[in-house]
Design a binder for this molecule. Structure first.
Ligand SMILES: *Cc1c(COP(=O)(O)O)cnc(C)c1O
Length: 375
């Protein structure tokens, strides 16, 4: 099917663009010997896992379901971190995962024997208390009162038995200069214990596939941990894997005026691109400009009853008309994993555009997907 023939709303993941990212990540792996795994939280479109698995070392999970998905659909190295594990899930989680990363010494105590008996590795998430991001505390695991990671104040050097690696995750959409700063803090606080470990996991938030990312400095950071402490290095980016690798295709349903021009689309910021409201950010829209840049400016909004369900103000060369299609960019990450059917909104179709530009629908949703989650 051609791109123009896809039903809307529809997420389309572009194999070429995804593979371009994977090649960049694989280059880092080849040159440094570090292992990079996909953080499924950002992108769990398992149709693409065979392709991703050709370039990356495996998957990272945040709990039982993601762990099971990575195990079933990629079947490579599988790591899990959760702020706390449930007793009724831990056995199954251990069966799917190679690294089980704990958030506290009490969790290590509780589950250490089970993990070691299964021949799996125990990691501890540390909190270097080094905030390198300004503004949004919702994405800052080093904010005051954060529930993530053991701080040096609560570190128990006498209880490291069975722990083979440290994990930290403090970045969000950041460059490698912030990673270097974070490593300084990790060394300053936890340096004496690093050489007792086998591996270190730098977490996610590395925007490695972004144009201005300094890959050379990332590789220096990796080598520093390898050479100085003899550590195996893991990274678990989510965003960087599928950054700019997908679209959301939508149709204009109507246009109206209220002090400005408004267009109603068959998609929803709240249901289909919640990061637009949460982050917040303005998604790229193909063939559009900033408000006022082109002659016709519209506020684009969704079909729900939420007043704030607007995607943003965009300008166009021609007035928008009902039936016209608009294509948003960067709609692979943190989109389908966060979908809701709030207000009875349908879930967008999921499709793939292959290397020749041919499109195929992978999954279409319907009324049952709304109903079955209610009772
Ligand atoms: C969210 C998260 C990631 C992935 O982060 P990105 O910003 O998508 O790269 C990796 N590891 C952990 C523990 C996370 O919470």
């Amino acid at each position: 099917m051609r791109f123009e023939e896809l039903p809307t709303p529809c997420y389309v993941v572009d194999e070429n663009l995804l593979e371009k990212n994977l090649k960049i990540l694989n280059g880092v792996m080849e040159r440094t010997g570090a292992k990079i795994i996909l953080a499924q939280k950002a992108f769990s479109m398992y149709t693409m896992y065979p392709l991703i698995g050709r370039y990356l070392s495996g998957t990272a999970a945040s709990g039982l379901y993601e762990a099971k998905l990575g195990y079933e659909e990629m079947g490579k190295e599988n790591h899990v971190f959760a702020p706390a594990y449930r007793e009724d899930e831990i056995d199954e989680i251990i069966s799917y995962c190679d690294h089980i990363i704990f958030n506290s010494f009490s969790q290590v105590e509780k589950f250490r024997d089970k993990v070691l008996k299964a021949g799996k590795k125990i990691g501890l998430r540390i909190n270097p208390e080094c905030s390198t991001q300004v503004g949004h505390d919702i994405y800052n695991p080093c904010a005051v009162g954060s529930r993530f990671g053991v701080t040096i104040e609560h570190f128990r050097p006498e209880q490291l038995e069975g722990i083979s690696g440290f994990h930290f995750h403090t970045l969000c959409q950041q460059n490698s200069d912030d990673l270097a700063k974070t490593l300084d803090a990790v060394e300053e606080k936890f340096g004496p214990y690093l050489s007792k470990m086998e591996w270190i996991n730098f977490g996610g938030g590395h925007h490695i596939t972004r144009e201005d990312y300094d890959i050379a400095l990332l590789e220096e950071c990796i080598k520093r941990m390898q050479d100085k402490y003899g550590l195996h290095v893991y990274l678990e980016p989510g965003e960087a894997v599928a950054l700019n690798a997908g679209y959301l295709v939508t149709t204009v349903l109507d246009t109206l005026k209220n002090g400005m021009d408004i267009a109603i689309l068959d998609t929803s910021a709240s249901c289909h691109m919640p990061d637009v409201l949460e982050m917040p950010y303005r998604p790229p829209l193909i063939d559009s400009g900033e408000p006022g840049e082109k002659p016709y400016t519209y506020r684009l909004g969704g079909q729900t009853c939420l007043s704030g369900d607007t995607i943003g103000d965009y300008s166009f060369d021609q007035p928008l008309e009902g039936g016209e299609r608009l294509v948003f960019g960067d709609m692979a990450i943190y989109t389908m994993v966060k979908n809701t059917t709030f207000n009875g909104m349908p879930l967008p179709t999921i499709a793939v555009q292959d290397k020749n530009g041919d499109c195929r629908v992978v999954h279409q949703f319907n009324y049952q997907d709304f109903k079955m989650r209610l009772a």
